[in-house]
Design a protein around this ligand. Structure first.
Ligand code: SAH
Ligand code: DHB
Ligand code: MG
Length: 226
């Protein structure tokens, strides 16, 4: 099986099940035009997040890693009219592109983009007594994922769902000797999840490997237990 085949199947799925969407396509185009890296979720994975948020009845969502707002738009579209989404982004230029994309999608009223390092953003939300968020999507720099997960646990409730992107990294996840800080981060993340309690909460999780237009990777789905 080849990357070419994975990409072709993703296109097939997009055409039949995801469909063409002016706001999402405009968001991707504006991101390309602004020189942002092409690392947003694939449409099929964007729709998966959207469906998870809808199935879960999420009213409040926290995202780490906005980029151009592609995943932000998918997630915010799952919210009710009085719902809200907070998204944390390090790069002010990316955040500006995302803000325009979110505005164009008609979602600006539901979304707050906080610019700065996600560690600071999370600590500020905790200090402000924000949350609990029904769903958290962790998709910022990969090496800090375990720290993000532990801080995110202070912003959720039993029943909250946490989705973490890019956890398999082409299989590098299981290379114990890897000096890649991203792979090391994802191994530490899995070791954290393997503990009975994480940050005083019980959490149960699974990781799903994926192939598609963006190669071989995967995501972790975690549920916060009572
Ligand atoms: N969720 C986006 C893709 C995010 S790519 C989508 O699917 O559409 C990862 C993002 O994390 C980039 O925009 C990068 O600038 C941001 N990032 C990297 N380090 C960060 C940090 N320390 N704090 C917050 N965001 C960070
Ligand atoms: C990168 C980041 C992502 O969130 C992703 O899905 C793919 C790649 C990156 O930083 O290279
Ligand atoms: Mg990602």
């Amino acid at each position: 099986m080849s990357q070419e085949r994975w990409t072709a199947v993703d296109h097939y799925i997009d055409d039949l099940l995801v469909g063409h969407d002016p706001a999402l396509e405009a968001a991707l185009q504006a991101s390309v035009d602004a020189g942002l890296p092409a690392i947003a979720l694939t449409p099929a994975l964007g729709k998966l997040l959207h469906l998870l948020a809808r199935m879960h009845g999420a009213r409040s969502i926290l995202e780490l890693g906005t980029l151009g707002g592609y995943s932000t738009i998918w997630l915010a579209r799952a919210l009710p009219a009085d719902g809200h989404l907070v998204t944390l982004e390090l790069d002010p230029r990316y955040a500006e592109v995302a803000a325009a994309n979110v505005e164009r999608a008609g979602l600006a009223g539901l979304i707050k983009i906080n610019v700065g390092p996600a560690l600071d953003g999370l600590r500020a939300l905790i200090a402000a007594g924000a949350g609990p968020f029904d769903l958290v999507f962790i998709d910022a720099d990969k090496q800090s994922t375990p720290e993000y997960f532990e801080l995110a646990l202070e912003l959720v409730r039993p029943g909250s769902v946490i989705v973490t992107d890019n956890v398999v990294l082409g299989g590098a996840l299981i290379d114990a000797a890897s000096e890649d800080s991203r792979a090391h981060g994802m191994r530490r993340f899995h070791e954290l999840l393997a503990q009975e309690r994480v940050g005083g909460h019980r959490v149960t999780a699974t990781t799903i490997q994926t192939v598609g237009a963006k190669g071989y990777d995967g995501f972790t789905l975690s549920l916060v237990l009572p």
